[in-house]
Structure formats: structure tokens, C-alpha cells
Write a protein of this length. Structure first.
Length: 382
């Protein structure tokens, strides 16, 4: 049986949250997004009851004369340049190299979600969340999602992640041998090391996915016409959300915004609260955390969660041009699984311990890429 969910850690710490799929009611997937919020013409932030939300505030002058959208469906280059850089490729590569070579100096409980996980102090002075999955497919999903983000050109939004083998007699774990014996981790198990990031804060979903999502209105596509009056800070966040929603559709990740939407059945205020497994860095950049439900676990549960994931994708009709270009190329070449396999094998030394997608999972990934490509074409035609 799956363990009972644990309390979420405070904002600013890693939240390796619980997966709701096995605990969801069988009929939950029957709800559609026809009850959700239409995009308001103009939106702004409002504090109510200590919870941050987006609310209609009336007209306001545009933040800048330049349009935030080019050619109808792409975020402008000027706007994209304002998006915080996230985890730069060189910085991530340096951390991964150091983490793989470092010894684990100490293991601490708390701060990394599930009780089987640990916060590790590494010998180079950095810290990492060590994730020990309930089953290997969760670690596999985390690793493959991280590298698919690289294929899509959005890996800077995910904290650097590497795999490690639990070997009590090995050099990497020797300083914490006694702690390992008390952890109930299996010898030879594959765990993930994810870079710890300080000062992260919670993220409340913006319109059209936010506070009024249970207000009995239909979700409409986020398109250029609704963006003219928004201030730059909200536009910069929406650029990142458009990537997030596309990414979560491709990976079939149900443990982020989708799990919040599912919970509307019994919690009408859930969209006014923090979005699962999504945090904000001090510079405003979004951090896509805890992707263990992606590609493997999520693909097993498509029938339950696609009634949420698919309409969520349809709610976005403005995209980063680079993301759309990569999706078009993967569609044209029918190479989604091949590109992911190539990158995974080249950049993760322990890939063989978890293996790759099955043939059926590879077909599903390509089919979802093709669906996203058709959706972008539909938005362009509008």
C-alpha cells in the first residue's frame, strides 16, 4: 500500500510531494474544464485572506507600447529576454560533475518531502535532495523528464539532477554508512540527487487557471487578445507557464496543476493555494520540481488524467517560438524518443540501471508531440 501523504514543507524548501493518482476516485476524470475560468480581459494581483490571487481589476494602461505577442501566437523576443535565465547549462553541468564526484558527508531528515528521502550535505559544500522512490519507475520518470526538458530547450527551468547508486561500501556513501543502515534503503538501489535551491517561494496559478477556476465559467485559450493590459511581471510569468503546461502534457505529469484541478471536486478554493511541485526563485523564475510522475507513471494512468491534461494544453495558444520550433522538428522527423534516448545515454552515466522507455511508451511520447504540433497549428490558423 502507498504510504500516507506527509505535510508539505514550508515554502522555500523542496517539496517532493505526494502523487494523487492511486488515491483519486475512479470517477474523478469525468469532470471536464467546461466549469473553469474564462481568461479575464485584464488581470492583476490581489491579496485576500493572506492568499495571493489574480483578480479582475479594470482597465490599466499597457506596460509597454510593443506587443507581447508576435505573429499571433509567439511571445515577443523582447518579452522572452526578460524571463529569468534559470539554471544555465554551464552552471548545471558544473554542479552535476561536482555532485557525482563528491562524497555524501551527512544525511538529514526533512525538507525533501517523503520520509524515505534525505537532504544530503556533499563534501564540496553543496546540498542535494536524495530521492528514494517508492518504486524505480518514479526515479526513471524524474530522470527522463529532466532530459526531455533538455530536448525541448527548457531544461533551465528544472534544477540539475543526476542518478546515484546506493552502495554502503562505496566511496561516495562511506561517510554516512551508519545513516544508510537506518534508512531502509536497498543496497544497489538507484536514487536521484537534485540540487537544493534556497529561498524558493510558493506559486499561485494565474488566470486563466487560477483563483476563480471553480466559478462556473468555461476555460478559454490564452491568446494574444487578452494580454495587452497586463504588466510585464505577469507576462514574464505567463511565458514560463506556457512552457510548463506544454511540458506537463508531453510527460503526462498529473502531479502539478492537474492535481490541483482534480481536487476542485472537494476543495473549491484549491486554486487559490500553491500549485503542487512548482516554486518561484528570488529572481522570479519558475522552478519545475518533482517530475517523477512524468513519462512512465503518468503514461500508465492516461485514461484517468488526460481529461484534465488535454483541455489544459488547449487553454494555451501563445508559445515560445523556440519551443514550437523544437516540437515541429520532433514531429517532422518522428524522432522524439530517439532524441530523448540519445541525450539520456550521453549525459547520464547510470542510465542503463533504469533503462529507457518501452516501445509503447516511446509511441505515446511521439503521439503526444504530434498532438501538441497540431494544436499549435490550430492556434496559428485562428
Amino acid at each position: 500500500p502507498e504510504p500516507e501523504p506527509e505535510p508539505r514543507p514550508p515554502a522555500g524548501q523542496w517539496d517532493w510531494g505526494r502523487s494523487p493518482a492511486e488515491r483519486g476516485r475512479p470517477g474523478g476524470g469525468q469532470k471536464t474544464f467546461r466549469t473553469l475560468l474564462a481568461v479575464p480581459a485584464v488581470a492583476g494581483r490581489e491579496e485576500r485572506g493572506g492568499e495571493e490571487r489574480f483578480a479582475v481589476t479594470g482597465s490599466r494602461p499597457p506596460a509597454a507600447s510593443a506587443s507581447p505577442v508576435e505573429r499571433g501566437i509567439f511571445w515577443s523576443r523582447e518579452l522572452e529576454q526578460q524571463v529569468p535565465p534559470g539554471f544555465a547549462a554551464e552552471e548545471a553541468a558544473a554542479w552535476l560533475s561536482a555532485a557525482r564526484a563528491a562524497r555524501v558527508s551527512a544525511l538529514e531528515r526533512g525538507g525533501c518531502g517523503r520520509s524515505s528521502n534525505r537532504l544530503a550535505l556533499l563534501s564540496d559544500g553543496s546540498r542535494a535532495c536524495v530521492r528514494y522512490g517508492i518504486n524505480p519507475e518514479q526515479i526513471q520518470g524524474e530522470a527522463l523528464s529532466y532530459h526531455l526538458a533538455g530536448v525541448l530547450g527548457m531544461q533551465e527551468r528544472l534544477p540539475p539532477m543526476a542518478l546515484a547508486l546506493v552502495e554502503t561500501r562505496g566511496r561516495q556513501w562511506e561517510p554516512v554508512r551508519e545513516e544508510l543502515r537506518g534508512s531502509h534503503w536497498a543496497e544497489g538501489a538507484v536514487v536521484s540527487l537534485t540540487r537544493w535551491v534556497d529561498n524558493l517561494t510558493a506559486v499561485v496559478a494565474p488566470a486563466p487557471w487560477g483563483a476563480e477556476a471553480g466559478a462556473g465559467r468555461r476555460l478559454q485559450p490564452l491568446s494574444a487578445g487578452e494580454l495587452g493590459g497586463l504588466p510585464p511581471s505577469q507576462l514574464v510569468e505567463l511565458v514560463q507557464w506556457s512552457d510548463l503546461i506544454l511540458f506537463d502534457y508531453l510527460t503526462a505529469n498529473f502531479d502539478r496543476l492537474v492535481s490541483n484541478l482534480f481536487s476542485l471536486q472537494w476543495d473549491p478554493r484549491v486554486m487559490r493555494r500553491a500549485t503542487s511541485n512548482l516554486l518561484r526563485a528570488p529572481d522570479g523564475g519558475l522552478v519545475f520540481m518533482d517530475n517523477e510522475a512524468g513519462l512512465v507513471h503518468g503514461y500508465r494512468l492516461l485514461a484517468m488524467w488526460d481529461p484534465y491534461n488535454e483541455p489544459l494544453l488547449r487553454s494555451v495558444c501563445v508559445f515560445r517560438e523556440g519551443t514550437a520550433r523544437r516540437v515541429a522538428e520532433l514531429h517532422r522527423r518522428r524522432s522524439a524518443a530517439a532524441e530523448l534516448r540519445r541525450r539520456y545515454r550521453a549525459r547520464e552515466p547510470l542510465w542503463a540501471h533504469l533503462g529507457f522507455l518501452s516501445d509503447r511508451q516511446a509511441e505515446l511520447l511521439q503521439a503526444r508531440v504530434d498532438f501538441v504540433h497540431r494544436h499549435i497549428a490550430h492556434c496559428r490558423a485562428q
